[in-house]
Design a protein around this ligand. Structure first.
Ligand code: MN
Length: 728
C-alpha cells in the first residue's frame, strides 16, 4: 500500500508552515525550540510569536552567511538570545539579541527594524551595532579602562550592554573554531574590557565564565593544569565536603531554618589570579573550600551566622558583614571562615535569595525586576523592595552608594570620549568642540588649528563632539586663535590660552601704535626719539608709576596717556615751535585687533579718507573723515589723531550697502551670487518690503577696500530687477 504523506499541521500560534524557520535545518529548529521553551512561562503566547517572527527575519537576513565553524550564522543570535532568556530578560531584549548583527552584517537599516519590530528593539540593535563599530584592534591595552568607561558611556540603555556581553559570551564559548592568534587577541580583549564591565555591573556569573574562557584561550596549558588541580582536589576531599555539608544542613534543620546549602566551585581564573597576586602554589589557594547558605529573610542571615559559629569555631578577623556595608557593586552577603575538626578551614557565605540574585546577575537582576514589573502585585512589591534597599544603602554611611553613583556616572556622564587619528582616547567635558579637542591634544595644536575633520568629514571649528568620534585637526604654523573662539569653547584650558593670546596680541599692538603716536607727537614738536634722554624717560616712568617704556607706549596706544602731553613732560624745554608744521599721519593696517577699532557708525575701509580719535580705555577709533558723528571744532584737539591707511592694508573690512529691488522671485539669490562672484562675503542681510512691489535689502558685506565695494555695487547694479545699489 502506498503511503500517503499528510501535510504537517502547524500548532496554533506557533510558526507558520511557510516560515523560514520551518524550512531551516533540524539543528536550527532545535535551537529555536529550546529558546521558545525557555521563554514559555516568562513571555505570553503573542510575545513568543513575535520572537519567532524575529528568528524568521534573522534567518532570511543572514541567509547564506556561516560562522567560522561552518554552522549557519543564525545559530549565533539564537544562542545569544538563549543566554538572555535564561536571565529572564524582557521581550525587546530577546528580539534585539536575535537581530543584533542584522544592521552590522546585512543590508537592513534601523528604520526598517523599527517598522517591523518597534522602536525599542531597533534602538537596542542600533546601540549594539555602535559598540561593535568601535575598533579595538589599534587601541593600546593601557587604555582598557577608558574603553570600558566609553562603552558604558555610549549606551543610554543598560540592555544594550547586556546584549553585548551575551554576544561576547557566546563568541567566547565558540572560540575554538578560530585561529590561535585570533583566540589570543579576542581572549585578551574580553579579559581587559568585557569581564571588568560584567564585574562592574555585578554580574558575577558572566564575569567568571568570560574570565575562564578567556584564560583558556590565552593560556590553554596553564588553564588545563589548574582546572585539573581543582578537579583532583575536589575529588580527594569529596568525603570531607560531604561530611561538612551534611553537618551544616543538619544543624540548620535543628534550628528550624529553611535554607539552601550549596557547595562552591572555584573558578579557574580566580585561582590563577590569586596564585599570581599572593605568589602561592595552587595547593595553598585550593586549601580553602566553601559553602553558600541561602535563606529566605534578612534576619535569618545573622541567625544562621550565629548557628554556624556555634557549630564550628570561627577564625578571628575573617568575619565580614557586606549586608550592613555592601560592596561597591551592590554585593551583599555575610562572610566567615570556620575551623573544622577535619583540619581544613571552610569559608561560609550567607545571604538571602534576593542577595543571591544580585550577586550572580548584578544590575541584570534589577532589569529583571523591571521587566517583570507589570505582572502582578507580588512582583511590584519586589521592585519596591529593591528601591527600598537602594535607599537604605544611600542612607548607610560611606561608600555604599559608590556603586549606584558609578553606574549613574557611567550611564549619564558629563564627559565625552573621542579618538585622535592614532587611536588615543581623549576625555573631554560634554559640549566640547573641535577647538577644545585641539587644545586638549596640545596648546600649540589648539593655537594654530585652522580646519578639522570628524570621522573624515570636514566640519566647522565650533562643532560639538560626540562619543566615539575620531577627530583630525589640521594646523597652520602661521594661524592664531580667533576672538570668536571664546564664544564656543568650554574647556578652561582652551579658554585660558585663547584669552592669554588675545591679551598678548592686544598688548603688542598697543605698544606698536603707542610708539607711532609718540614718534608723531615728537615730530610735531620738531623732535626725534633720540632727543629724549634715557634719564628723562625713567624719571617720567617713576613719576607715573609705570613699570617699563613698553607699558607706557601701550598706555598711549590705548588712550590712557595722551602722546603730546607725554612729549611735554619728556622734553618740554626742547620743543621748537617752528617744528609744528611738520605733520605725518599715523599708519593703519586694519589688523591691529582690539587696539584699533573701526567705527561702527561709518565703517571705514581702505581707500576712504579717515581720522582717528583717542578715547581712554578704548584706544584708537577710526572714522571716515566725512562721518557725521565727528564735529569739526574739536577735530584738531588732543583727542584727534591724523591717520592714513598703510600702503597694503590687511584683513577684511565690513561695509554696509543698500539695494533697491523690484519684488521678483530669485532676486535675493541673484544678488547674493553676484556678491560672492565679486569675492565678497555677506555678513548680514535684512529685508524691508515697501509697497509689495519693491523691497530694500540692507547688506553688511566683507571687503578689502573701497574699490572692492565699488566692484560689488557695479555687479549688483547690472542685475535686471535692481533699481539702485549704493554704499550706506
Ligand atoms: Mn554577534
Amino acid at each position: 500500500m502506498p503511503s500517503i504523506r499528510l501535510p504537517r499541521i502547524p500548532r496554533p500560534g506557533r510558526r507558520k508552515p511557510d516560515s523560514a524557520l520551518a524550512a531551516a535545518s533540524a539543528d536550527t529548529r532545535h535551537l529555536a525550540d529550546v529558546l521558545v521553551n525557555t521563554l514559555t512561562g516568562n513571555l505570553d503566547h503573542r510575545d513568543i510569536n513575535q520572537v519567532l517572527a524575529a528568528i524568521d527575519f534573522g534567518i532570511s537576513a543572514h541567509q547564506g552567511q556561516t560562522r567560522v565553524s561552518g554552522e549557519p550564522y543564525i545559530h549565533h543570535p539564537i544562542q545569544v538570545a538563549q543566554i538572555l532568556a535564561e536571565m529572564r530578560m524582557d521581550k525587546p531584549t530577546i528580539i534585539a539579541a536575535l537581530l543584533h548583527d542584522v544592521i552590522e552584517d546585512t543590508g537592513f537599516s534601523k528604520d526598517q527594524l523599527a517598522r517591523q519590530f518597534g522602536k525599542d528593539v531597533a534602538h537596542l540593535v542600533d546601540g549594539v551595532s555602535k559598540l561593535t563599530q568601535i575598533n579595538f584592534r589599534n587601541r593600546a591595552e593601557a587604555q582598557a579602562a577608558s574603553l570600558r568607561k566609553m562603552i558604558l558611556a555610549m549606551v543610554d540603555d543598560l540592555r544594550v550592554v547586556l546584549i553585548k556581553l551575551a554576544d561576547r559570551l557566546h563568541n567566547m564559548r565558540t572560540i575554538d573554531a578560530l585561529r590561535r592568534d585570533k583566540q589570543i587577541r579576542i581572549g585578551r580583549e574580553t579579559l581587559d574590557i568585557y569581564a571588568p564591565i560584567a564585574n562592574r555591573l555585578g554580574m558575577h556569573q558572566f564575569r567568571h565564565e568570560l574570565e575562564d574562557l578567556s584564560f583558556r584561550a590565552i593560556y590553554p596549558i596553564r588553564y588545563r593544569v589548574i582546572a585539573e588541580h581543582i578537579k583532583r582536589s575536589a575529588g580527594q576531599r569529596k568525603d570531607l565536603i560531604r561530611k561538612i555539608g551534611k553537618g551544616i544542613r543538619k544543624r540548620l534543620k535543628q534550628e528550624g531554618i529553611k535554607a539552601r546549602v550549596i557547595g562552591r566551585e572555584k573558578h579557574v581564573y580566580g585561582v590563577y589570579r590569586k596564585m599570581k597576586q599572593k605568589d602561592l602554589p595552587a595547593e595553598e589557594i585550593m586549601d580553602i573550600f566553601g559553602f553558600r547558605i541561602i535563606v529566605k529573610q534578612l534576619g535569618q542571615c545573622y541567625c544562621t551566622l550565629g548557628v554556624m559559629h556555634n557549630l564550628y569555631k570561627p577564625i578571628p578577623g575573617k568575619f565580614k558583614d557586606y549586608i550592613a556595608i555592601p560592596k561597591a557593586n551592590g554585593y551583599q552577603s555575610l562572610h566567615t571562615i570556620l575551623k573544622t575538626p577535619y583540619g581544613a578551614p571552610v569559608e561560609i557565605q550567607i545571604r538571602t535569595e534576593d542577595m543571591q540574585q544580585v550577586a550572580e546577575s548584578g544590575i541584570a537582576a534589577h532589569a529583571l525586576y523591571k521587566a517583570r514589573g507589570k505582572r502582578n502585585a507580588a512582583e511590584q512589591s519586589r521592585i519596591q523592595e529593591w528601591t527600598q534597599r537602594l535607599l537604605e544603602m544611600q542612607q548607610s554611611a560611606g561608600d555604599s552608594m559608590e556603586f549606584i553613583d558609578h553606574v549613574k556616572n557611567d550611564l549619564f556622564p558629563d564627559e565625552v570620549y573621542v579618538f585622535t587619528p592614532r587611536g588615543e582616547i581623549m576625555t573631554l567635558p560634554r559640549g566640547s568642540t573641535v577647538v577644545d579637542f585641539a587644545y586638549a591634544v596640545h596648546t600649540d595644536i589648539g593655537g594654530s588649528c585652522i580646519e578639522a575633520r570628524v570621522d573624515n568629514k570636514k566640519v566647522p571649528l565650533n562643532t560639538v563632539l560626540h562619543n566615539g568620534q575620531t577627530v583630525h585637526i589640521i594646523t597652520d604654523p602661521n594661524a592664531h586663535p580667533a576672538p570668536n573662539w571664546l564664544n564656543f569653547v568650554v574647556t578652561s584650558k582652551a579658554r585660558a590660552h585663547i584669552r592669554h593670546f588675545l591679551k598678548a596680541l592686544d598688548y603688542s599692538n598697543a605698544v606698536k601704535i603707542g610708539h607711532q603716536m609718540l614718534e608723531l607727537a615728537l615730530e610735531n614738536a620738531g623732535l626725534y626719539m633720540a632727543d629724549v634722554s634715557g634719564q628723562k624717560i625713567s624719571e617720567l616712568l617713576t613719576e607715573l608709576g609705570i613699570e617699563s617704556l613698553d607699558d607706557l607706549l601701550a598706555e598711549i596706544g590705548t588712550g590712557q596717556q595722551i602722546a603730546p602731553l607725554i612729549v611735554n613732560q619728556l622734553a618740554g624745554d626742547q620743543i621748537k615751535p617752528e617744528g609744528h608744521h611738520k605733520t605725518r599721519p599715523l599708519l593703519i593696517k586694519g589688523t591691529e585687533g582690539t587696539v584699533v577699532k573701526l567705527a561702527n557708525c561709518c565703517k571705514p575701509v581702505p581707500g576712504d579718507s579717515i581720522v582717528g580719535s583717542v578715547t581712554p580705555g578704548q584706544g584708537l577709533v577710526i572714522h571716515q573723515a566725512a562721518c557725521a558723528n565727528i564735529s569739526s571744532p574739536s577735530r584738531h584737539g588732543d583727542k584727534w589723531v591724523e591717520v592714513e591707511w598703510q600702503q597694503q592694508p590687511e584683513g577684511h573690512f565690513s561695509a554696509d550697502i543698500k539695494v533697491q529691488v523690484a519684488n521678483q522671485r530669485g532676486a535675493l539669490a541673484r544678488i547674493a551670487a553676484e556678491i560672492a562672484a565679486a569675492g565678497s562675503n555677506i555678513e548680514n542681510v535684512s529685508i524691508h518690503d515697501h509697497d509689495g512691489t519693491t523691497s530694500s535689502l540692507d547688506f553688511t558685506i566683507q571687503v578689502e577696500s573701497k574699490s572692492h565695494i565699488q566692484n560689488v555695487l557695479t555687479r549688483i547694479g547690472r542685475i535686471k530687477h535692481v533699481m539702485s545699489a549704493s554704499r550706506v
